[in-house]
Design a protein around this ligand. Structure first.
Ligand code: GLN
Length: 481
């Protein structure tokens, strides 16, 4: 698998031009996209124009930065000026943002090449990318399986080598779970580390943007490129951003790793369990001290999330009123315009969550549901705080299962929700976490292991993940399309 540094080297040594590299990705998209369906929009012309600019710089002997000429893809809930941004929804099917999100602006300023916008569950609500209003993305390792979600398009595009790296968003696991299903690296940063300005809001107190990539180093490079304080996001942290990639070493730093006891119970696929336990042994053999930690309230994360996230979503999605932008269905009066537009524009899952959230926030039920869920959120934070008093990093599977067959869970939303139980507590507590490949099941489907760190411990997470990656073969395997 190639890497950012490798492509950069090829550019600097003039072995390949940026146009050649970009064209090779566009050719790959052309070759496999009919099977994988990762992209909602492909921006070929724009990509080649951007690449030409990089080549002009190289020809005129100007130095280029590490990310200049690197082709990437963006989840289609990140606003890109003059490029369609649908959020996987009919209600935004014609939405061309008049502004650029902070992260995409940063990437553009650093010279990256935008190949296109990737498929997702509508408004990032889902775990399989089957909730997209437009198409079903396939898992490159087995086209009958889902790529995970909601950033399934980005994860599949990286796994299918349709782009080198991509961005996703993670509200309850949407970067890490598809990364684990597609055998790639997915990083969810500390809440507030990356600006959410220009990310279409789902549940604002949980949403974070982060990278999907083929390697830990590429993830570290990309996070460094997008992190940092932004006055346009009031929840953005004012902290210095470490130079993550330069801190990576093949040796494991001294680290205490805690296995979250509760994540190894009922419902865990035995092959996932075996692979994750093997990964833990690997860290031990690299010198980590391993203990078992109990997070007793972890399991209430799932019910709390499915109150809090829909509540925030019901408020956030009130803006799609057919007046300001997006779809409009004319009606006899204002109310009928609203209702017709929203009835047609939103899909089933989005409507379900708006109803759940509206119900949970309504006067008679607020205390019983929303307030209670917020209290549970505090208890989960306290479990993590207690755990990080004893260890530096927590480890558990990213998902209890490997990629499932498309269509298998669409009729039973609860069975889909249950898959998020290991990723959700991390968002509720605002912590950083990374999913990296740690093996395959008997069907040849990738398995992911999740490392969770304390607030702003991204550098340590990358180091621990990198040492494992450098000592195991998983990241060098590719889906055979
Ligand atoms: N699967 C979870 C949900 O459907 C998480 C989604 C996400 O992280 N955006 O809400």
């Amino acid at each position: 698998m190639t890497s950012i540094r490798e492509l950069h080297q090829q550019l600097v040594s003039k072995e390949r031009s940026a146009v050649e590299i970009t064209q090779s990705y566009l050719d790959r998209i052309e070759a496999v996209e009919a099977k994988v369906k990762s992209f909602l929009t492909i921006t070929s012309d724009r990509a080649l124009t951007q690449a030409q600019k990089v080549d002009e710089k190289i020809t005129s002997k100007e130095a280029i930065q590490l990310l200049e000429g690197i082709p990437l893809a963006l989840k289609d809930n990140l606003c890109t000026k003059n490029v369609l941004t649908t959020c996987g929804s009919k209600i935004l099917a014609n939405f061309v943002p008049p502004y650029e999100s902070t992260v995409t602006q940063k990437l553009e300023d650093q010279g990256t090449i935008l190949l296109g916008k990737t498929n997702l569950d509508e408004f990032a609500m889902g775990s399989s990318t089957e909730n997209s209003a437009f198409q079903i993305t396939a898992n490159p390792w087995d086209l009958s399986k889902v790529p995970g979600g909601s950033s399934g398009g980005s994860a599949a595009a990286v796994a299918a080598h349709e782009c080198l790296v991509a961005l996703g968003s993670d509200t309850g696991g949407s970067i890490r779970q598809p990364a684990s299903f597609c055998g790639v690296v997915g990083m969810k940063p500390t809440y507030g580390l990356v600006s959410r300005y220009g990310l279409v809001a789902y549940a604002s107190s949980l949403d974070q943007i982060g990278p999907l990539s083929g390697s830990v180093e590429d993830s570290a490079i990309l996070l460094k490129a997008i992190a940092g304080h932004d006055p346009k996001d009031s929840t953005s942290l004012k902290v210095d951003i470490p130079d993550y990639p330069s801190l990576l070493k093949p040796e494991l730093p001294p680290v205490r790793i805690g296995i979250i006891e509760e994540t190894f119970g009922e419902g865990l696929n035995p092959e996932v369990e075996a692979a994750v336990k093997q990964a833990i042994l690997q860290w031990e053999s690299l010198g980590a001290s391993i203990t078992t930690i109990s997070c007793p309230r972890f399991r209430y994360g799932l019910p709390a999330y499915y109150i809090i996230a829909p509540s925030e979503a019901s408020a956030n999605l009130a803006r799609y009123d057919a007046v300001k932008y997006g779809l409009r269905q004319e009606g006899e009066n204002l109310l009928s315009m609203y209702t017709k537009t929203r009835a047609q524009g939103f899909g089933t899952e989005v409507k379900r969550r708006i109803m759940l959230g509206t119900y949970a926030l309504s006067a008679g039920y607020y205390d019983a549901y929303y307030l209670k869920a917020q209290k549970v959120r505090t208890l989960i934070k306290q479990d993590f705080e207690a755990a990080f008093g004893q260890v530096d990093i927590l480890v558990c599977p990213t998902s209890p299962v490997t990629a499932f067959t498309a269509g298998d869970k669409t009729a039973d939303p609860l069975s889909m929700y249950l898959l998020d139980l290991m990723t959700i507590p991390v968002n509720l507590a605002g912590l950083p976490a990374i999913s990296i490949p740690c093996g395959f099941d008997q069907q040849g489907l990738p398995i992911g292991v999740q490392l969770i760190g304390n607030v702003l411990s991204e550098a340590l997470l990358f180091q621990v993940a990198y040492a494992y990656e450098q000592n195991t073969p998983w990241h060098s395997k590719s889906a055979n399309l």
